[in-house]
Design a protein around this ligand. Structure first.
Ligand SMILES: [Zn+2]
Length: 332
């Protein structure tokens, strides 16, 4: 079977055609246009092109009719509407519906952390594990969960949205915490994202460095930077302990820029363990196998027995609060 995935990023759009065994049969990328209609057309061109190339390479291979798309930001799985994408022209658009209409085939859309989780759980660094949490430690902070090869999206598409859970067991100086773009204060993302890490460093030291520069400074023995990295480990340890106590994954796969810091894998478990609700806990922490390619691979795998994209869903109705009264009648 041939699977087609698209990774829609802020600077480039990539499409790839994969076979069942994860081999990339064709892949193309181009710069992301600066408007919505051009982006849809680019996706059509790229998917048509990689499909043609893959069919030429392996004409006998059957084609899964669905197209999977990984998008930045938060994606409503029912409506396929994207929120908080860096590419602001994408926000609030009925992206999946519009793309389905243009391509004439079913489309599944999920966020980048979910795509990382699927890619790494099915044939990446966590292949064979029954439960996997993929954590993106990049400019932002997000997660994706896979159990027994299936993406866990949740009843409302919110499963794995670990960035917008309050930082657990906060110290006094962590309350109420920085303002988050979601409207609250002290979300985990405001502390452990690359952006939050750099903000914390600047607040404490007055020095304006990027996350990458702070890590380099810590590795060079800069005391301020070492202390900032310790704070990051403490906060990430608590945040992930909260995930252990709700989900208890066998493997944590780390992606994003900070996942390249090798000392993270040695040191992080000791910061998680004190907050785990057990005296015996074990989990593996591994870097993503496919790195930047996880987005396009995971997007293609949205159609590989994941339950993420069984059939095109109708646009969800606007949120309605319902309650049953004592006599069983429904009030809205
Ligand atoms: Zn938030």
């Amino acid at each position: 079977m041939l699977y087609i995935g698209v990774d829609l990023g802020g600077t480039k759009i990539e499409a790839a055609a994969l076979s069942d065994d994860g081999a990339v049969l064709a892949r193309e990328r181009t710069a992301t246009p600066d408007n919505y209609d051009a982006a849809l057309q680019t996706i059509r061109q790229l998917t048509t092109s990689v499909e043609g190339a893959a069919r030429n390479a392996l004409p006998a291979l059957g084609l899964n009719p669905g197209i999977g798309v990984g998008a930045p930001g938060s994606v409503s799985p029912k409506a396929g509407i994207v929120r908080n994408a860096n590419a602001v022209w994408l926000n609030g658009r009925a992206f999946r519906e519009d793309l389905q209409t243009l391509l004439g085939r079913p489309v599944a859309v999920s966020n980048d952390a979910n795509c990382l989780a699927l890619s790494e759980a099915l044939d990446g660094a966590a292949a064979g594990a029954a439960s996997v949490a993929a954590i993106i430690l990049g400019t932002g902070y997000g997660g994706g969960l896979v159990i027994n090869g299936k993406l866990v999206e949740g009843a409302n598409g919110l499963a794995g949205e670990i960035g917008h859970v309050g930082l657990p067991w906060p110290n006094e100086d962590e309350v109420p915490g920085p303002a988050c773009w979601c409207g609250r204060h002290g979300c985990a993302e405001t502390f452990v994202s690359g952006t939050g890490f750099a903000r914390d460093f600047k607040t404490r030291t007055g020095r304006n460095l990027t996350a990458r520069e702070i890590i380099a400074a810590a590795q060079a023995g800069d005391e301020d930077a070492e202390q900032a990295f310790d704070r990051l480990l403490s906060r990430l340890g608590r945040a992930l302990a909260g995930l252990v106590n709700t989900y208890d994954p066998e493997v944590f796969v780390l992606g994003g820029g900070l996942s390249n810091v090798t000392s993270l894998y040695e040191r992080l478990p000791a910061y998680v363990a004190p907050y785990v609700f057990s005296d015996a806990w074990a989990a593996r922490f591994v870097p993503a196998r496919f790195g930047d390619s996880s987005g396009v691979r995971g997007a293609a795998y949205l159609w590989r027995e994941t339950g993420a994209a069984d059939a095109p869903q109708p646009i969800a109705p606007s949120l309605t609060l319902t309650a049953l009264s004592a006599d069983g009648s429904l009030s809205v």
